[in-house]
Design a protein around this ligand. Structure first.
Ligand code: BGC
Length: 760
């Protein structure tokens, strides 16, 4: 029986390989034929990616797009939407350019298209891989229904610095979790066949290490050992590529002293040769031109360097378009290098089915029926509810009873445009319900929701203005702050509960939004203090695109629900969770520090030669601070539930394994609280002895399970040699025999532990 199965599997594999082989042969023959007809100028034209500027995502905007299409000077356009507009542009390419090569249409579809899901950091907090894949699938359906075929997502940059505003766009600090999510996003966008009219080409970004910008300042230098790069920062990009991502975007930063967009080691040796990537390499916005400021030469020189390093497509800057022919004539680049880049662009178009039918994504009917559907909104509500992380819930303040009056107060209470969060550039901000509107819609007449006119995000008008982009305004309230607070107190007077909707505006995180102070702004703190003095139960509903420093709030506010930016259905989902229709199950994908001085603070750090004794917070001549303990405020993986899960001890039938065996780890988890609920059971390991220093804990598995109240479940994990491997000093991916610790728990801090041995 086993043999028959093996033969069947083998012949299936063989036939799939044959089909792919045949498809590749057909594609290669077609593209060879086309390349023969192309002039050098036409080949260079294909390397040019311009923006139509519907969403302004960089500091310069492309010009003369129509005449460039006619001249064959454009390979792709991004930030143009709707099947009508896209058809029009495509028609120009198909009927008025000499070779009629179709254009590829891209957009930053990052966490949903029109139906907006939680920001990526929020989606990561669900730890729900099936759900995350579904959100990417819906994003692909909606974006392709509106004419697009390429998204600049997933963003998989690991970040351990919440000062960096773009931490909101990724999956947080952990290599394993981010890699799992990268794979799901790619499979969601691209599904099983890129040429279908509802699949979207993924673009994994920003390659590489963008999230390690020094001091958390956007676009800043990175510098890191190869050891850290290979073990901690590179795996998520690799996971996206292994899942089939057909394009990749270079990052703005430098790596080992060479900017990514001109880094031959990165783009050719590692990406093409080691990882066997056979998709399209595109730069980030004007990244080629920025090599001039990095100090690598003038535009002609940097364009040459970039092409030679392995870049295929130049986003917006037009360095390729304007200088490569000259460099060819001067013998600085070869036609083979230009042809190589052009081939990758044409292959992407071929895979998308654009040569077969350039208008396959221009179906106006689909645009009317497949966007913002009831089903999509339902998924958005579910995803939002599951992304919220309950950080504190003293004396069971939550869930609230569905009765009485609730006052919803704060600058984030009445602003619909801030709900979708950063990078939801295609969202309809005008139609997105505010928190109050969403809560009212979900609760109907059962609960009386009252609110106030508004309050200021910050005392600092300049910060407020800088945090108001993409039409996501929180208008300044010019009344004296005492009057604003007085109004809030008046509104709250008859309320049974106060919901304080505070935190960041959506543009306080995201691109070009680094911060050095991660406290809730002073004006909001004063409002919160005044509300606390009323003595009423208060729930802080915290909006944020990054871990904030919440030490004061944690000391004073009875309940804190971190809702990130939850997308189109935020308000309804907040009502679902506050009133217990949904039991919160989100877990933090990034550590919340006690203060900014602790950053970078992440759970999978190394031990040092002078670690602190367990439970000590200061010891002389040990690795610590004088003024704050080493502990985070909320650790990675943390998140409360309305119920309580009790973990039993780790059970292992065996405490050693050979390299060819799997080791079974089991834990029984009991729901001893009052509610049914979901729990993310997390498994970590520590390599106790090895040739290199290894992290004190590394996530290697997790399962999200549902347990009814009063019931229990056994959760089994299998550890294989693969889970114990790491890149050693020679960058070989190996395991080393010896002792390991295994931890299982509800977060990275509170765990059960045991030991096992990997045998030689
Ligand atoms: C961002 C990218 C984005 C691109 C196109 C850049 O500024 O860094 O993440 O995909 O713009 O909008």
């Amino acid at each position: 029986m086993k043999i028959i199965k093996q033969i069947l599997c083998y012949s299936l594999l063989l036939s799939t390989q044959l089909v792919h082989g045949q498809e590749n042969q057909e594609m290669n023959a077609f593209i060879d034929g086309l390349l023969k007809k192309m002039t050098v100028e036409e080949k260079i034209g294909q390397l040019n990616l311009v923006t139509a500027g519907e969403a302004v995502t960089g500091s310069v905007v492309s010009t003369d797009v129509e005449s460039k299409i006619k001249a064959g000077n454009i390979g792709g356009i991004f930030s143009m939407t709707s099947p009508v507009k896209i058809r029009k542009a495509q028609e120009i390419a198909i009927s008025q350019s000499r070779l009629k090569i179709p254009i590829i249409f891209g957009m930053d579809v990052i966490h949903g298209y029109k139906t907006i899901f939680p920001i990526p950091l929020g989606l990561a907090s669900t730890w729900d891989m099936g759900l995350i894949r579904k959100t990417a699938r819906v994003a692909a359906i909606e974006a392709t229904a509106d004419g697009l075929n390429w998204t600049f997502s997933p963003m998989v940059d690991i970040s351990r610095d919440p000062r960096w505003g773009r931490i909101s766009e990724g999956s947080g600090e952990d290599t394993y979790l981010s890699s799992r999510i990268a794979k799901e996003m790619v499979l969601g966008y691209q599904a099983d066949d890129l040429s279908k009219n509802n699949t979207l080409m993924a673009c994994v970004k920003h390659f590489a290490l963008y999230g390690a910008a020094e001091a958390g300042r956007d676009y800043h230098t990175t510098d890191m050992s190869l050891h850290r790069m290979y073990n901690e920062y590179l795996p998520p990009y690799k996971a996206a590529i292994d899942a089939g991502a057909m394009s990749i975007m270079t990052s703005f930063n430098d790596i080992n002293g060479v900017p990514a967009s001109s880094n031959h080691w990165l783009l050719t040796d590692l990406l093409r040769k080691d990882w066997k990537f056979n998709g399209l390499v595109v730069t980030d916005y004007t990244a080629v031109n920025e090599l001039i400021d990095h100090g690598l030469g003038d535009l002609q020189k940097v364009s040459e360097l970039s092409l030679k390093a392995g870049v295929d497509m130049d986003m917006v800057g037009e360095g390729f378009l304007t200088t490569l022919k000259k460099s060819l004539d001067e013998g600085k680049v070869t036609e083979a290098e230009i042809t190589r880049a052009c081939r990758y662009v044409l292959e992407a178009k071929y895979r998308l089915g654009l040569f077969e039918d350039p208008f396959r994504y221009c179906d106006e009917q689909r645009a009317k029926t497949e966007i913002l559907t009831e089903e999509h909104l339902k998924l958005a509500r579910e995803a939002a509810g599951k992304s919220f992380v309950l950080l504190k819930n003293d004396k069971n303040t939550l869930p609230l009873k569905k009765q009485g009056t609730v006052a919803v107060i704060g600058p984030l209470a009445n602003t619909g445009s801030n709900m979708p969060g950063t990078w939801s550039v295609s969202a309809d901000l005008v139609k997105t319900p505010s928190l109050v509107e969403g809560m009212k819609a979900a609760l109907g007449k059962e609960v009386n929701i009252v609110s106030h006119l508004g309050s200021n995000l910050t005392d600092d008008p300049i910060l407020q203005e800088r945090s108001t982009m993409f039409g996501r305004t929180i208008p300044r309230d010019e009344r004296p702050s005492d009057t604003i607070i007085e109004e809030a107190l008046n509104i709250s007077r008859d309320a049974d509960v106060i919901v304080a909707a505070l935190g960041e505006s959506s543009e306080m995180s995201g691109e070009s939004s680094s911060r050095t102070d991660l406290n809730i702004p002073q004006s909001q703190r004063r409002l919160l203090e005044a509300l606390l003095k009323t003595g009423k139960p208060i729930v802080l509903v915290l909006f944020t695109g990054r871990p904030l420093t919440l030490t004061w709030e944690n000391e004073h506010v009875p309940a804190i629900l971190n809702v990130w930016f939850g997308g189109t259905e935020t308000g309804k989902a907040v009502a679902d969770v506050l009133f217990g229709t949904i039991n919160p199950s989100g877990k933090l994908p990034a550590t919340f520090p006690q203060n900014v001085g602790q950053i970078p603070l992440y759970y999978s750090h190394k031990n040092t030669g002078r670690p602190l004794a367990k439970d000590a917070w200061f010891q002389k001549f040990r690795s610590n601070y004088l003024d704050v303990s080493n502990e985070p405020l909320f650790p990675f993986g943390f998140g409360l539930s309305y119920t309580t899960f009790k973990y039993g001890p780790i059970e292992m039938p065996k405490t050693n394994m050979s390299k060819t065996e799997n080791l079974k780890i089991s834990v029984r988890i009991e729901n001893i609280g009052q509610y049914d609920g979901e729990e993310v059971v997390q498994l970590y390991i520590q390599d106790l002895v090895g040739s290199q220093t290894r992290p004190v804990k590394e996530l290697k598995g997790f399962q999200k399970i549902f347990i009814k109240k009063g019931e229990s479940k056994e959760v089994d994990f299998m550890i294989s040699e693969e889970d114990l491997k790491f890149y050693n000093q020679d960058l070989k991916f190996i395991s080393e025999p010896g002792k390991f610790k295994v931890f299982v728990g509800t977060n990275s801090r509170d765990t059960e532990e045991a030991e096992f041995e990997l045998l030689d």
